[in-house]
Every structure is written in C-alpha cells, then in structure tokens.
Design a protein around this ligand. Structure first.
Ligand code: GLC
Length: 565
C-alpha cells in the first residue's frame, strides 16, 4: 500500500438511497452496493464514502440520525454493512462513512427524553434548549435562520401542554442541534467513532464540521453587507470574495464564515481529540471535513497536522468554468493546504449541489441549495452541459491531491430538472414552500442497464424519485464498451492518473498560453483545458487523453487534453 493513501486517493461518493436497490423496494440499499462494487473497482477508485444509512425517519434523507449505531431497515442490517465492508476491502477499496455530529433526529432517544424532561434538566442539556424572548417567551431566542429556510428555532409544548422552551436546529426542525459544550455529547461521539472503527471503516466524512460549536451566549447574527465581506457567503471563491466581486452563480449566504454558528474556534478541539482516537487504530483511518467556510486559508485550519486529514474544497466546486478563476483557485488551494502539510482535495459534484454536467453551464444565478426546476432560467442543452463537464473532470483528475467523484457523474448524468412537485422530498422544498427546488435533482437513482426495469437500479420498476427516460441512453451498460463515452473518459483518466502518479505530483504552470486556457505540467504530463469559445493550438506532445475527439493539433472550446511531454 502507498503510504498515506488519502493524500492522493480518488474517492467515490455513494448516495445509498440512489446507488443500487437489491430488494426492489425502490430505495437503494447496502446489499445493492455490495453487488455493484465490481463496477467501481473497474472504474478505478481507491475508496468509497457512503452518505448516511443509519436508523432515521429520513426527513433529511438520513442526515437525521435516530440511532448512530445501527442500519436503517430501508438499507439493510449491520450484517449487510459488514459484508459490504468485507467485499470492498477484498477489492482493494477503502470505506469511509458519514458521521453526523452537529444534530440528531428528533426521533433520537436523547431528544425524546429531552422533550419529556423539564427545562433545565440534564436531558435538555444535551441539546440547545432556551427560553424564548418577549414577555411570554413567544419569540425565538435569537434571529438565526435554518439553512433549509425559515427560523432555526422551534418551540415545544411542555409536559403540561403549555408552550414552553425553544430548541435550536440549524437545519430542519426534525434535526435538533447537540450542545457540544456538554461532556456527555463528546463521550457519546467518541464511542460512536469506536463503534464504526471496530467494524473496520477506514474513516469518516464529518457532516457540518464547521457548525458544531456555537458562539457563547448564542448572540444574534448580523450578516455582513452584501458583496463586501466573504463572511456570510459560503461557497464564494476566495478571490471573488476578497475582491468584493459580484456574486457568482452558486453562492449561498447560508454556509458562511462570520455567523456565530459557523467556524467557531472550539470545533478544532473536538477534531484534535478525534484524531488521537483514530490514531490508536492501525491502517491510516481518516477524517474528512465538510466545512463550508472561506477563504481556503481558513478551511486549512481543519486539516492542521493534529486535526483532520482532508477538507472538501468547496471553493473549487463553486468556481465557474473560467480559466483565470480556475488558475487562481488551484493556486490558492495548493498554497492553503500545503501551508499546513495537507493535500488539496478537488470536487465538482455531491448530493447537495446541482450536478456539474448542468451547473457549470447555467447562465443565471443559482445559489447553492436552491436547485433547479421547471421555472429555472439559463439552463444549457444536455450536450453543451456535458461537454463542459467532461472538460472540467479531465482537468480535475489531473490535479495533485485527492479527488472526490459523486455517483453518476461518471455517466455524465445531468441534474434532473423536471421532477414533478409531488415527487420532491428535500426539506428545503417544504420549508420554502416550493420557492427553492432543493437537492432532489442530483439524487435520482442511477441507471445501470438501459432496458431493465428502473434502468437496472433494482429488480423492480420502483424508484424513490422518478428516473427520466434519458437514463436509457446514459445507462452504464451502454457506455461500458464505448471508448467515447463519459464512463470511458473517467476510467481512462483514473487509470492514467494512477499510472503517472498525478495525485502525488505538483502543478507547474505553462507560460505563454492564451488567457482562456488552463495549462500546466504535472510530472511528465501536460494538461491543457480550453474554457474559451475559440479553438487553441495544442502544445507539443502525444495526446494521451482528451475530453472530446480532436482533429489535428487543435483544442476545441470546452475541451481538456492530457499530453505526454
Ligand atoms: C450536510 C449534508 C446535507 C445535509 C446537511 C444537514 O450539508 O451534506 O445533505 O442536509 O448537512 O445534515
């Protein structure tokens, strides 16, 4: 095994609900994952990260956990989990699971006990219960908003039936936030970490890793003036933020850095503690932070040598398809993470954002989390979106560090725009009364076989979100034998990346290139991406890979090539 595998790993995100359904109930499951691991081995990834499969009422697709030490019957059993880990390991694939420590489900026994107990009790002290403001306590304790829309506080009825205290939920009202100043909460999560480490997991992706500690006294939040500070605008690229440039599409004011509930210093103490715990285990177990914070120099705090191993690079994800912006964010990422001795990570899609086969070509502002639907404007054609996405992926997979791939992007899946209203399930959709579409469009179950029921997602025709007819032409079996397919592009790029050790390399910018081009050398490979409208001349060297067919020594618009040089 390569030392410190996570520094260069290609990590594939499985969204269990939508990956593969073994029992035909329309919901993906662990046995489905096990049965399809061969396809991932063939793709050439090093590890999988699974979004939550724990016991949950599924109000936020499993990010509302009722029992952190069990598998939801929707997804199978602990025995299915063990079988999935064993099979992954046998195929040389590591397994990272999702840990959701900021909040539990309201169905968690602790929260149920808190509701039944009195204000001021030890049961309530595991969460953030507070008295309301105003004479009768009928106003929320502060002005914080839920990321999913609406207030971040919900008032409870006390045991005698009268309106009582309020509890904090940065997300849905079914997701009460834990009080991380409480030692009992800390102990519980140490124990949960051990539970999964003992079962053989290789690490954890830590959900909302920037949110667990809140500013003392839970003060009101005064957002920074629009477009000025980067504090309140999560997902701003570092440079756009620093220069006060206009907001780019994809920006949200919900995942920012200056709010009294994001990026508080106290969170780092928790990760130092967890790091020591992980280090007791053999085999380089890892922690990866979901921390929507900017600028990147601040994200780097999560991956200091005694904290986590990786942090998602959301600045990269939110960078538009623009050469100057891409060069800047690549430089910033490499600098920021190198400054603390961590690898950079790269990511273009996940279960929370519009798929990059659509997103990179959308021309109207589309804040993160708002999603796309029938009313959205500025949408690309499927072909134009896919072309750009393939170029963006070929660029990303050539960068040094660790790359994340979200299930379905290797098939070139676009965002599903035309989900019927009645099918939508994201709490964002409900909490904003349909004003925001939310994230369902990137979560539609995968197509495996073009002519099978549910396109091979499961043995039956059931699918928890309806699959578009287009899935027939994008199914894995159609793409597998086609050297021009998106699947082949991913497989070829991942193989070359591994063979040429690009993950362990460095970026050396190629001088004298047109402004619309991102061009660099990584080891013995030259990478060139054309983000402009006009074709550009290819540098010298044999073409090893290109995101579109090439005609002579010319690189067309929205195309990336790798050359041996
Ligand atoms: C993270 C997850 C997202 C979830 C939220 C609340 O942002 O990625 O899917 O809704 O946390 O747990």
């Amino acid at each position: 095994m390569t030392p410190e595998w996570w520094r260069t790993a290609a990590i594939y995100q499985i969204y269990p609900r939508s990956f593969a359904d073994a029992n035909g109930d329309g919901m993906g499951d662990l046995a489905g994952i096990t049965s399809r691991l061969g396809a991932l081995q063939e793709l050439g990834i090093d590890a999988i990260w699974l979004s939550p499969f724990y016991t949950s009422p599924q109000r936020d697709a499993g990010y509302d956990v009722a029992d952190y030490r069990d598998v939801d019957p929707l997804f199978g059993t602990l025995a299915d989990f063990d079988a999935m880990v064993a099979e992954s390991h046998a195929r040389g694939i590591r397994v990272i699971v999702d840990l959701v420590p900021n909040h539990s489900s309201d169905a968690h026994v602790w929260f149920q006990a808190a509701l039944a107990a009195a204000p001021g009790s030890a049961e309530r002290a595991r969460y953030l219960f507070r008295d309301g403001r105003g004479d009768d306590g009928s106003e929320a304790p502060n002005n914080w908003k839920s990321v999913f829309g609406g207030p971040a506080w919900t008032r409870v009825l006390e045991a005698d039936g009268t309106p009582g205290q309020w509890y904090l939920h940065l997300f849905d009202s079914s997701q009460p936030d834990f009080d991380w100043t409480n030692e009992e909460v800390r102990d519980e999560f140490r124990d949960i970490l051990r539970f999964w480490l003992d079962r053989g997991v290789d690490g954890f992706r830590v959900d909302v890793a920037h949110g667990m500690v809140k500013a003392e006294g839970l003060p009101d939040y005064t957002p920074p003036a629009e477009g000025g500070s980067m504090g309140g605008a999560g997902g701003l690229t570092t440079d756009a933020a620093a220069s006060g440039a206009p907001l780019e599409p994809g920006i949200s004011d919900e995942h920012g850095g200056s709010a009294p509930y994001w990026a508080q210093d106290g969170v780092h103490e928790i990760y130092r503690d967890w790091r020591l715990l992980l280090d007791e285990y053999p085999g380089e177990r890892v922690l990866a932070a979901e921390a929507w914070v900017d600028p990147l120099s601040r994200v780097a705090k999560w991956v200091r040598p005694d904290e986590m191993h990786q942090a998602f690079n959301f600045a990269y994800l939110e960078t538009p398809w623009n050469a100057a912006a891409l060069r800047r964010v690549i430089d910033d990422s490499l600098d920021a993470f190198a400054a603390v001795g961590a690898p950079s990570t790269w990511v273009l899609s996940n279960h929370d954002v519009v798929r990059h086969a659509t997103r990179l070509s959308v021309t109207e502002a589309n804040p993160q989390g708002h999603g796309l639907g029938p009313r959205s404007k500025g949408l690309p054609s499927f072909e134009a979106g896919l072309r750009r996405a393939r170029a963006a992926t070929a660029l990303m997979l050539a960068l040094p560090g660790s790359a994340y791939i979200y299930q379905g992007e290797e098939l070139g899946l676009p965002e599903v725009i035309d989900l019927p209203d009645g099918a939508r399930q994201d709490p964002t959709w409900f909490r904003t009364a349909g004003e925001r579409y939310g994230r369902d469009g990137c979560r539609v179950p995968l197509p495996w076989e073009s002519s099978a029921p549910s396109y091979g997602f499961g043995p039956a025709d059931a699918s928890w979100l309806p699959q578009p007819e287009q899935w027939a032409s994008l199914a894995r079996d159609v793409q597998r034998g086609d050297p021009a397919s998106t699947l082949s592009l991913y497989r070829d790029a991942l193989a070359l990346r591994r063979e040429r050790r690009l993950g362990a390399g460095a970026v050396e910018w190629l001088p004298g290139q047109p402004e619309s081009v991102v061009a660099f050398r990584n080891g013995d490979i030259v990478v060139i991406a054309n983000t402009g409208d006009a074709p550009v001349e290819l540098p010298a060297g044999e073409v090893l890979l290109s995101s579109e067919p090439l005609d002579g020594r010319v690189l067309p618009a929205d195309t990336t090539a790798w050359l041996a040089a």
